[in-house]
Design a protein around this ligand. Sequence first.
Ligand SMILES: Cc1cc2nc3c(=O)[nH]c(=O)nc-3n(C[C@H](O)[C@H](O)[C@H](O)COP(=O)(O)OP(=O)(O)OC[C@H]3O[C@@H](n4cnc5c(N)ncnc54)[C@H](O)[C@@H]3O)c2cc1C
Length: 406
Amino acid sequence: MTLTDASGGGRVSPARTVLVSGASIAGPAVAYWLKRYGYEVTIVEKAPAPRGGGYAIDIRGTALGVIERMGLLPWLQEVQVHVNRSTFVENDGDVVATLRPQAVTGSVAGRDLEIRRGDLTEALISTVRDDVEFIFNDFIVGMNETGHGVDVTFKSGTARTFDLVIAADGMHSHTRELVFGPEQPFHRYIGYCFAIYTMDNILDLKDEIVMWNDPGRAAAFYAAKNEVNAMLTWAQPETPFHAFGDLQAQRDLISEVYAGAGWVVPDMVAALQKADDVFFDAVAQIRMPRWTSGRLALVGDAAHAPSFLTGQGTSTALVSAYMLALSLARANGDHVAAFAAYERDTRGFVTANQDLVGTGRATLMPTTAEELRKRDDRLRSLSELPPTQGNPVHSSLVLPEPYTGR
Ligand SMILES: Cc1cc2nc3c(=O)[nH]c(=O)nc-3n(C[C@H](O)[C@H](O)[C@H](O)COP(=O)(O)OP(=O)(O)OC[C@H]3O[C@@H](n4cnc5c(N)ncnc54)[C@H](O)[C@@H]3O)c2cc1C
């Protein structure tokens, strides 16, 4: 069967069935493009509903093209957050420096987007809500590849067969583990952990970031759209695998790490004990020699998490989702050729963005008193810089046109 692409008018690849695991950023994005190229898509998400929450995330450079071509740019421009300043403070609350947020993040004011993660997920899901099948509250527990497809077993006990499976279930992807084995060999720990949660606006902040540091510990408020997120980031010698998925272990670890901290950090730690929306993770990257195996492809953080220190997790997820779907469409159903093209055409961009990790670390997380002093001197000088033109790495992939069958 061949289908006609309603948007482009050309002939597209034969319909195939694809199961996508994960409904955050990469999952709905790849589903949108696959659907547009004539694929039948099912998304399975472990959570009972689309997950809201999370800090504001950045969409920059090449990824803006993906959003634009999905028709989401006007709406996202409307709902984006506007953070007017970042202030760095000392123990007693005295100000070290106040600067434009873009001076720290490398974003371009007026062009790059800053969106609450939950708002972006909602927008992406809205593009496919009526066109793809969603299964919430379930996840893949077994996959058996045959010559014709993948026999998938779900936690609920359901069994179904799909032509292809795409893992978009994040840095700790369980679907990846079923095929590639445990996370450890691919997990490049950067030496920090973080926790994000909403809390009361105890400093009466509005559309701004305020950040406190001492060596190896940071605490920040991110106030936007009448919501305040607290973010704690600290140096941690080894990945605390025991704390993933265990909220009490996370609370205990953080109470221990932040004992004796200054500023309003004790209030933030107290709020964490009551918060029910804690997002806790290691600052780490996923680096894999291959993103595909047989009929499984990885996309987004499951394939190549760059860590939040690069600020590029969402942008690389959007771009790899676009490139994977495009490769499948161009190869007209030949997933072997498509997966090879996906890796060949996308990896350079992703690796260059992952390599940005050192830049973010220097600003956010000095680990010695000497590093902190140098960081503070640098921040004072940054506040005097002219507006940034953006990091060329963010735009280092020229996005190919969508496939129209011609
Ligand atoms: C609730 C939440 C809050 C976040 N907050 C921040 C933040 O504040 N700052 C930041 O930099 N990044 C945050 N992130 C990560 C950020 O969204 C990603 O780095 C980036 O956008 C890439 O997205 P992704 O879709 O590849 O992975 P993710 O955004 O991690 O999405 C993975 C999705 O897969 C689902 N899932 C997990 N396991 C399974 C499974 N076995 N089967 C099916 N589904 C599964 C998850 O529930 C989630 O919806 C957050 C992610 C989530 C889920």
